[in-house]
Design a protein around this ligand. Structure first.
Ligand code: ADP
Ligand code: MG
Length: 274
């Protein structure tokens, strides 16, 4: 892969976290399916999940039998056209929704069949979400927005300032959302998502509302969280170039996994172009 060589020439410019990421042994190229060896390291596993939305007379098959493993510390990109089922899959993995058929496991514990209270407990303890629109509370500062989560997360949570430092906003803790750019607001949303030290970070089109340069900055922060905190991460996009950052790229089409690509080396957001 020429990307690896191109990367080597840029070695000195790479931040420390990228160095560590690049040294991890990578699985070899495999376009077929999830290798079974990933299951042993599975944080999330879905088995044959389908989702059917009933809209009066109309039945929409959003997912049709998806088998997916997210291995410990892995960075996945879920790629697919609009309507291919990406958000439905992410919401089921994150316990925001349940499949119509099939099973979902978090560290071997079945989530499918869990009741609302159990799903809430799962999300609260283990899952950080980042959405396209940042959903910050306008009347609260950056630090207060993050503190909303850390206050209920208990002793394992970071200090809100530490989380804001990690996303490069240590100097903006007292700013209100309206005083921040779109990219900065998204970084506050990432700080809020990771401050409770979730096991899984799920990002649905996190750069969808951002310009090119700002989008890359946000992707950089997500890659940093994955590398430094070891958070198992999935990023949804319809931008194929972003797939270069991932350990594996899961292509969804019409509610099914159409293809899985293992990247032998991961590119930094700076090395991506679209
Ligand atoms: P993507 O995120 O890839 O754009 P979605 O998972 O949002 O795709 O949607 C997959 C399909 O399911 C689409 O046809 C969409 O219209 C449908 N869908 C998603 N959510 C709902 C819902 N709550 N009710 C009915 N249909 C839905
Ligand atoms: Mg979507």
């Amino acid at each position: 892969m020429f990307g690896c060589d191109a990367d080597a020439t840029r070695q000195e410019l790479r931040p420390a976290y990228v160095e560590r990421t690049m040294k991890k042994p990578r699985p070899s190229h495999d376009e077929t399916t999830d290798s079974r060896d990933l299951v042993g390291r599975a944080v999330i596993e879905t088995r044959g999940i389908s989702k059917i939305y009933e809209m009066g007379e109309v039945r929409v098959h959003a997912l049709r039998g998806v088998d997916l493993v997210m291995a410990e510390g892995e960075f996945l990109v879920l790629l697919g056209a609009s309507g291919s089922g990406k958000s439905t899959l992410l919401n089921i993995i994150g316990g925001l929704d349940v499949p119509s058929l099939g099973q979902v496991f978090y560290r071997g514990q079945e989530l499918s069949g869990a009741n609302e209270r159990q799903l809430t407990a799962y999300r609260r303890a283990h899952v950080g979400f980042v959405f396209q629109f940042y959903n910050l509370i306008p009347s609260l500062t950056a630090q207060e927005n993050v503190a909303l989560v850390t206050d209920i997360a208990g002793s394992r949570a970071m200090d809100p300032r530490e989380a804001l430092d990690l996303v490069g906003l240590g100097e903006r803790t007292g700013h209100f959302p309206a005083q921040l750019s779109g990219g900065e607001q998204q970084r506050v949303a990432i700080a809020r998502a990771i401050a409770k030290r979730p096991q899984v970070l799920l990002c649905d089109e996190p750069t969808g509302a951002l310009d090119y340069k700002t989008g890359k900055l946000v992707l950089d922060v997500i890659a940093k969280v994955n590398a430094e905190m070891g958070t198992t991460t999935a990023v949804i996009t319809h931008n194929a170039a972003i797939g270069g950052m991932a350990d594996r790229v899961i292509h969804l089409a019409d509610g099914q996994v159409a293809k899985v690509i293992h990247n032998q080396c991961r590119l930094t957001p700076a090395d991506l172009s679209w």
